[in-house]
Design a protein around this ligand. Structure first.
Ligand code: EPZ
Length: 442
């Protein structure tokens, strides 16, 4: 397994191009199962999770083809990291609709595989999806997905570790509440939305998630011929249609990658120019970083992030969108390790999402956990150490800590970070970080 070696203390300065959103592309790839004909997606990042989803829909009878940029384009881009804008478009076309099983081997590598459940039931009337297993960030049931699809008329049983769903005739629209104990569900909203677009009559989803990734999927479905209103609000109305056709669609920029690099600028007292961003997707993040003393300015689709040396302390609670995203909790914690006093973070979405705490404390941080809350006592500096990545965002936090720590940090198991960040070490090295990927010796 590859690892990263980082020599800390470099001030980051320069331009970084943001990739397309992983959390938007994954459900959108699954939603392509709903359409007749070819869909072309632009801005799909190159990530191991995307490879897994491509493999999954391929096994479900889709022809998936990634266009490679012409040599001239690559030459024009010159040396430096492969820019996300060089990622060729992805063509997806469902050619064989006889398949309906999402195998354990793929589902165990990526929970987002559950996103094929709604599209398969709506389009093929049958779905067999392996029940996603345990997750490093905490308990992640899929009961809300199943309950929502049941309300549209699907029947379910579990068999051999699989969810087996069937539809007699056609799904039927209805009014339903989709919220859970921790609030709305993002992928659950998208799964039920994808089923409702081909159901008979109207569906009203109350307590729907409002994340930009939900909106991006709904907008693609509307281009395909769906009739969705209210996406981006807690109440989504869907008028079912008979069929959807393939379209061209561009994936939104990855707001979590933007937030991660904003914090990279702050933690290294640097200045970064982030290209291809939508700051409107990060209002709560900007609010907290502003409080810490990070300067965020925007000019068109570019964000300028810089910070003063002195980092203020803050209190932050993760919330559903438009609140502070749980996927930036670990990264903010890394920054607050150097705050001028005591900060408090409360994790409301995944109350156990604190595997990064132990590793940051190994680097000299002073963090104490109490239930869903972490109390961070700021320290003057962090020390480089050997640490272990446990999940995607925790590993991003360790990279940020390594950028500022005294000495060398070695982060093992970086396959976690390759799931959600496209060539992060190349992007960081291009703006001055002393970071390298150490390939596993075979
Ligand atoms: C999406 O996961 C993201 N994943 C997660 O990002 C993100 O952390 C999460 O939304 C919250 O923003 C993708 O988009 C691929 P939820 P999702 O259903 O949809 C509970 C990353 O780092 N719940 O909104 O699976 C659940 O346990 C990943 O990129 C139920 O109880 O999350 C949680 O407490 C990690 N029953 C809360 O709801 C259900 O059926 C919100 O989860 C579903 C969820």
């Amino acid at each position: 397994m590859d690892s990263f070696r980082i020599r800390g203390g470099q001030r980051l300065k320069g331009k970084i191009e943001i990739s397309g959103s992983k959390n938007s592309a994954l459900p959108i790839l699954a939603a392509c199962l709903l359409a007749d004909g070819k869909t072309t997606l632009k801005g799909v990042p190159r990530l191991s999770d995307i490879d897994s989803m491509q493999k999954l829909i391929g096994e479900l009878g889709c022809h998936v083809y990634r266009h490679e940029p012409a040599a001239a384009e690559r030459r024009a881009a010159g040396a430096g990291p492969d820019l996300p804008s060089l990622n060729g478009p992805l063509d997806i076309e469902a050619r064989d609709e006889s398949k309906s099983e999402a195998r354990y081997d793929i589902v165990k590598t990526m929970r987002a595989s559950i996103c094929v459940l709604g599209p398969l039931l709506a389009k093929r009337g049958k779905a067999i999806v392996s029940i996603p297993g345990g997750c490093a960030i905490g308990d992640r049931p899929v009961d809300l997905h199943v309950r929502g699809l049941q309300k549209l008329g699907a029947e379910f049983r579990t068999e051999g570790g699989n969810i087996v769903g069937e539809v007699r005739g056609r799904l039927k629209g209805c009014r339903m509440y989709l919220g859970g104990a921790q609030g709305p569900t993002v992928l659950g909203t998208i799964n039920v939305l994808c089923a409702a677009v081909l159901a008979e009559g109207e569906t009203v989803l109350v307590g729907a998630a409002c994340e930009p990734e939900v909106v991006d999927c709904a907008e693609m479905l509307n281009k395909m011929g769906a009739r969705i209103k209210g996406h981006g609000t807690p109440e989504i109305r869907i008028e079912g249609v008979d069929k959807l056709v393939g379209v061209e669609h561009r994936i939104i920029p990855d707001r979590i990658e933007v937030g991660t690099f904003m914090i990279a600028a702050a933690i290294t007292n640097g200045e970064l120019e982030l290209k291809n961003c939508n700051l409107d997707h990060l209002i709560a993040v900007q609010d907290r970083l502003d409080e810490v003393g990070v300067k965020i300015q925007r000019q068109n689709g570019t964000i300028f992030a810089s910070s003063t040396r002195r980092l203020n302390t803050v209190e932050m609670t993760t919330q559903p969108y438009p609140g502070f995203p749980t996927d930036l909790q670990a990264q903010l914690m890394a920054l607050l390790c150097l705050g001028d006093g005591m900060s408090v973070i409360t994790e409301r979405i995944f109350p156990d999402r604190f595997l990064h705490v132990g590793e940051l404390n190994r680097m000299g941080a002073r963090i104490r956990k109490e239930g869903p809350t972490a109390i961070i006592q700021g320290v003057k500096e962090l020390q480089g150490a050997s640490v272990m990545a446990s999940d995607l965002r925790a590993s991003a936090a360790l990279v940020l800590a390594g950028l500022v720590a005294k000495g060398t940090t070695q982060i093992d198991r970086v396959y976690h970070i390759d799931r959600g960040y496209e060539k992060i070490e190349q992007k960081l090295a291009a703006v001055g970080a002393d970071i390298e990927r150490v390939k596993e010796k075979h």
